[in-house]
Design a protein around this ligand. Structure first.
Ligand SMILES: [Fe+2]
Ligand SMILES: [Fe+2]
Length: 438
């Protein structure tokens, strides 16, 4: 069967060409030096099959020009319009000095023609990816300006890294990102590759390599080593990526925010993720959201928390059971927290993450080892019930992340888990479904 190249991205380009003028600005060749398309030819869906059947030289983004494409000016205008009118980023408004510095960063970020073309494809065919990237850029710039002494040049670098942080997603099928779609293990690996794809794209340009490309490469890493693609830790991760990872988490909450329950969710999220995110940046975010007056009916939140007590109790018991089950495996395999167990990497990962999670839950005021007592204490305290509800949601998310991390490491070591290590998979097999239901 004939090999098909970069089908997803070429599909987006040719679809864009159906409604917007896309024209070759130079001839396109195959890797065997055969001219495939002349200069000055309109590119649309009629050329799709021809384009995916060959490896293209030069790369396609270098050969095409699009009518009314994204430019530095239109990018800045889009960002400012979002900042001024979108409720999801309302928390970032208000300070004229910060706004001006954000504007300037968009003005000064490098934007070479092939990457402007790529952004136009995103804007036209994957608007959710485009808008997400601009939102994350706004939050990242805001955090950087508030927390650190970033120079004007460093802010421009951060703006570019943020605008391009998910550019690798354009090469992944949108079907995988459909809300509510549960990903199979193999599909998840396509998603895990997007920071690497983004890095490889940006590496081609002196304007973006090495600083911006590195920031994009590291934006899914976490300070405790639980991120991807390399599982880097703490200062191994560049500051720009540390800003981006938190900006992304904050943006996810801002997008669905506007009431105090989400504010509570934010502080819980930061409490439970202390080891994953830069603490200076987290504190900056916390003080930001604490200053916001949200319109909300507190009675609603209280009423729903009270009516959900039996459910909360059941969920708490489930979390406690998952932890207890881990303790039994830990004892069986002779794992303790103080010793490094290099010969048992999967078990060590689960152990470290579960320990952190338990400690963070305790630190947040919830000793889940005794769920019945906790509910008895909490039922007269509606605010604490609301917080517990959010906290359980976050605990479920983190437990799920632990499982994904183990699967990632397992794939990296060839899919084999022998001897005691197989207990890691036993624990997952016993608890994966239950965790989903917490
Ligand atoms: Fe993102
Ligand atoms: Fe990403």
């Amino acid at each position: 069967m004939e090999k098909r190249y970069d089908e997803q991205y070429i599909r987006s380009i040719t679809r864009m060409g159906d409604s917007q003028g896309v024209v070759t600005n130079q001839a396109i060749f195959t890797s065997k030096n055969i001219k495939l398309i002349e200069k000055g030819v309109k590119v649309d869906s009629a050329l799709f099959e021809r384009l995916i059947s060959h490896k293209l030289i030069p790369k396609i983004d270098h050969c095409l020009t699009v009518e009314n494409g994204i430019s530095g000016d239109s990018l800045k205008a889009y960002a400012m319009n979002l900042l001024d009118s979108d409720p999801g980023v309302a928390v970032l408004r208000g300070d004229a000095r910060i706004r001006n510095r954000m504007l300037r960063a968009f003005d000064e970020m490098p934007l070479v023609a092939p990457m402007a073309f790529k952004l136009t494809v995103a804007w036209s065919q994957r608007p959710e990816v485009f808008e997400h990237s601009i939102r994350v850029a706004l939050v990242a710039l805001f955090l950087a300006i508030k927390s650190f002494f970033f120079s004007t040049k460093e802010l421009a670098t951060l703006a570019a890294a943020a605008v391009f942080h998910d550019i690798g997603i354009l090469h992944v099928s949108p079907e995988l990102l459909r809300p509510g779609r549960r990903l199979e293990k193999a599909e998840r690996h396509h998603l895990y590759a997007h920071p690497i794809t983004g890095f490889l794209i940006l590496r081609e340009f002196v304007d973006y390599h090495p600083e911006i490309s590195r920031t994009v490469f590291e934006h899914h890493e976490r300070l405790d080593g639980s991120g991807y693609p390399r599982g880097l830790k703490a200062e191994q991760i560049c500051l720009g990526a540390q800003v981006l990872m938190l900006a992304e988490a904050a943006n996810a909450i801002f997008e669905q925010s506007r009431n105090s329950r989400n504010l509570a969710r934010f502080s819980v999220l930061l409490k439970l993720n202390q080891k994953k995110f830069n603490s200076e940046l987290s504190n900056c975010l916390l003080s930001l959201v604490q200053d916001i007056q949200y319109e909300d009916d507190p009675c609603d939140a209280q009423a729903s928390a009270f009516s959900a007590i039996p459910t909360l109790e059941a969920r708490l018991k489930e979390v406690a059971r998952v932890f207890l089950d881990w303790n039994s495996i830990r004892r069986k395999c002779g794992i303790d927290t103080e010793t490094a167990h290099a010969d048992m990497p999967l078990l060590s990962i689960i152990n470290e993450r579960i320990d952190d999670l338990q400690r963070m839950l305790l630190h947040a005021g919830f000793d889940v080892s005794n769920p019945g007592i906790l509910i008895a204490i909490l039922q007269d305290d509606p605010e604490a019930m609301v917080e517990l509800n959010i906290l359980l949601g976050e605990a479920r998310w983190q437990l799920r992340e632990i499982i994904h991390e183990v699967y990632r490491r397992l794939a990296e070591q060839g899919g084999l888990a022998e001897g005691a290590e197989s207990s890691a998979l036993e624990w997952i097999a016993r608890n994966e479904v239950a965790i989903e239901q917490i």
